[in-house]
Design a protein around this ligand. Structure first.
Ligand code: PEP
Length: 242
């Protein structure tokens, strides 16, 4: 059985005080799912310290595609592992659309993360235009193939993928259960035998109102939550539903 995973992406929000409130709220969390939060970089150590001894893991929202060296302003996977992070996001749609990250860069980041012992969550998904043109499956297939090519044919077998249709992120309009399950099933079938253990999360306007139904689907193994993860009671409620 694949263990459910609930991931909270705090994006570029919060300050020291507000992050302390989120951490304090997580201390009382009891649930069966794996839980990870992604604070902004400068607060990662604060969160790691605050959550030490709990089952809640901490990750980074982005990493360098390089191992180490003269890359001013970048943070490597090994550094994150060194301070105690367990996860990182790669290829979030905001990184792709606002910072021009392409499939090859995302695949390199995924590979670096795995080499360093981090668990990368590979984010992928189509824009509304791509969906309307019937390109959803081709696009997702290409995004996955680039990772398999760069990180190895079995690199996704014990990994985590987050399907996040761009048009559902931060819009309050999640994809329908049927749309989501179809894409997740497509990803699982594409990975074949090596995809049996792959955890495939859904992200895009997830709230407590749709969490249970999402997680009831055969190929939905968890949720990646943006906006709703910034309210700790709401986030904890989603974790408990998983
Ligand atoms: C996200 O940014 O990954 C996300 C899913 O955001 P939201 O939950 O706010 O749609």
């Amino acid at each position: 059985m694949r263990r459910p995973l609930v991931a909270g992406n705090w994006k570029m929000n919060g300050d020291k005080k507000n992050i302390a409130t989120l951490v304090a709220g997580l201390l009382s969390l009891k649930c069966k799912a794996d839980v990870v939060v992604f604070p902004p970089y400068v607060y990662i150590l604060q969160v790691l310290t605050g959550l030490s001894g709990t089952a809640v893991a901490v990750g980074a929202q982005n990493i360098s595609e390089y191992k180490s060296g003269a890359y001013t302003g970048e943070i490597s996977s090994e550094m994150l592992r060194d301070i105690g992070c367990q996860y990182c996001l790669v290829g979030h749609s905001e990184r792709r659309s606002l910072y021009g990250e392409n499939d090859r860069q995302v695949a390199k980041k995924f590979h670096q993360a795995q080499l360093a012992g981090l668990k990368p969550i590979l984010c992928l998904g189509e824009t509304l235009k791509q969906r309307e043109k019937g390109k959803t499956f081709d696009l997702i297939s290409a995004q996955i193939d680039t990772v398999l090519d760069c990180a190895g044919v079995n690199s996704l077998s014990d990994a985590i993928i987050a399907y996040e249709p761009v048009w559902a992120i931060g819009t309050g309009k999640p994809a329908t259960i049927d749309q989501i399950q179809l894409v997740h099933q497509y990803i699982r079938e594409k990975l074949g035998a090596s995809g049996v253990k792959t955890r495939i999360l859904y992200g895009g306007s997830v709230t407590p109102a749709n969490t249970a139904e999402l997680l009831f689907q055969a190929d939905i193994d968890g949720v990646l939550v943006g906006g709703a993860s910034l309210d700790i009671d709401t986030f904890n409620e989603m974790c408990q539903l998983a």
